[in-house]
Design a protein around this ligand. Structure first.
Ligand code: UDX
Length: 437
């Protein structure tokens, strides 16, 4: 919304939330989300045509277009628990819109939702007694965290789905006009509602599948002496495969990939396609195995015992340039090491200590074996092994000679992201291990 406000000074954008603390944070100097470049975008438009407010009812009345961007967490109860999306917030917003609207509206689904959700929203808002007309569009978001501003500024495509009726076409045209202020027309795709809703889940499933595929090959590389980066480079030169998203890692994380694939498998089953569901479940299982494999390799190379040994975990966010830890591989790595009674010391440049502890152990739990360090040098001091789990740039340029001096010998370094120069570290005296090498 901040990007729309920045690019279209004539459009008044108001972001509303019931949570007053959140809105206050968006109105303050410290935004609640860390994202490179976001501060500038918000500051450019805030107070001009970008506003943050808790007046949900009033802003529903005032708006022509309403973007629904509520969370759709995985259901934790009842049918589909653990896989299906919990749509209670989507439903509640639809009801709120129906209750407060006094004129026709275009409702845009921005949240990632299962196919056919637009139908539910339409039915709920359509049942208003005021004779109002609502058009429902789907406009999934493809930005990646850490590069959100860049992705929004220069998207590969903007996808807008709507009903193929005169009203639907008109609503789609209105939304196309918003994005056309800065996105080239040929990159704005319009489809029917169901194609748009499904495309988001499918895009994430395909991206996750690529990572899982290269990660499964990384195990074979380790066993054979092949180098997974060399393999990825060689296959990526094939224009049919392409070079992106082939970086082997300790496993993918983030709020989208696993959740969306599970959601997709649940959808497949709901539509009577259990075999298709099983195929895609495989992508998640491959990822789980990769996370386990990394921790298991650490234990194995430390002579099959890490009990009472200090292990430094560098990085906790699910990738660099974000403070988001949802589904981060670091969580699993820490848990597996703690289960072997290692003393785990974590450092991350952006994730607060309390969050690291809560993510690994659960809210309110503590374990003397898990500590958080204020910097990488403190985390690594005296450790038997270092595990790089997130690819933060600062880990590429640490003074590893100084670090090695503090470590019991033989000192091990496990690069879960293949970001440091293994040959140089071996020369220094590290026993060095990297994914797929
Ligand atoms: C993803 C999609 O990219 C985005 O289009 C969608 O809207 C939301 O989900 P995000 O989760 O923010 O975005 O991050 P992304 O950069 O896709 O990375 C996901 C995970 O895969 C990270 O843990 C990342 O480290 C890992 N990854 C990515 C790899 O392990 N190897 C790669 O080659 C690329």
């Amino acid at each position: 919304m901040a990007m729309i406000a920045q690019k279209a000074p004539d459009i008044r954008v108001t972001v509303v939330d019931m949570n007053a603390g959140r809105i206050a944070a968006w109105n303050s100097d410290t935004l609640p989300i860390y994202e490179p470049g976001l501060d500038d975008v918000v500051k450019a438009a805030r107070g001009r045509n970008l506003f943050f407010s808790t007046d949900v009812a009033g802003q529903i009345k005032a708006a022509d277009i309403i973007f629904v961007a509520v969370n759709t967490p995985t259901k934790t109860y009842g049918v589909g628990a653990g896989r299906a999306a919990d749509l209670r917030y989507v439903e509640s917003v639809a009801r709120t819109i129906a209750e407060h609207a006094e004129s026709d509206k275009i409702i845009v689904e921005k949240s990632t939702i299962p196919v056919k959700t637009a139908e539910s929203i339409k039915t709920i808002v359509g049942s208003n007694a005021k004779g109002l007309k609502f058009e429902v569009l789907s406009n999934p978001e493809f930005l990646a965290e850490g590069t959100a501003v860049r992705d929004l500024e220069n998207p590969d495509r903007v996808l807008i789905g709507g009903e193929r009726t005169p009203g639907g076409e008109k609503a789609m045209a209105a939304l196309v006009d918003v994005y056309a202020r800065w996105v080239p027309r040929e990159r704005i795709i319009t489809t029917n509602l169901w194609s748009s809703e499904l495309s988001k889940l499918v895009a994430n499933a395909f991206l996750a599948q690529r990572i899982s595929s290269i990660n499964s090959i990384s195990a074979l590389c380790e066993a054979t002496g092949a180098d997974v980066d060399e393999v990825a480079n060689a296959i990526g030169k094939d224009s049919r495969i392409g070079p992106k998203f082939l970086k082997a890692s300790v496993g993918f994380g983030g709020s989208c990939f696993q959740k969306d694939i599970l959601n997709l498998t649940y959808l497949c089953e709901s539509f009577g396609l259990p075999e298709v569901a099983a195929d895609w479940t495989g992508v998640v299982s491959m990822n789980d195995r990769q996370k386990k494999r990394f921790a298991a390799r650490i234990v194995k190379e430390l002579f099959n015992t890490v009990a009472d040994k200090k292990i430094a975990v560098l990085g906790f966010a699910f990738k660099k340039d974000t403070n988001d830890t949802r589904e981060s591989a670091a969580i699993n790595v820490c848990r597996d090491l703690l289960a072997e009674h290692a003393n785990v010391c974590v450092y991350d440049p952006k994730v607060p200590a309390a969050e690291i502890v809560a993510d690994v152990l659960g809210q309110g739990q503590s374990n003397a074996r898990l500590t958080v360090a204020p910097d990488a040098y403190t985390a690594c001091a005296g450790a038997h092994a270092i595990a790089i789990v997130t690819e933060w740039d600062e880990f590429k340029t640490l003074d590893y000679a100084r670090i090695l001096g503090t470590m019991p010998k033989p000192a091990c370094l496990f690069d879960g992201r293949n970001i440091v120069d293994g040959a140089a570290l071996r020369k220094l005296g590290f026993r060095f291990f990297a994914i797929g090498k």
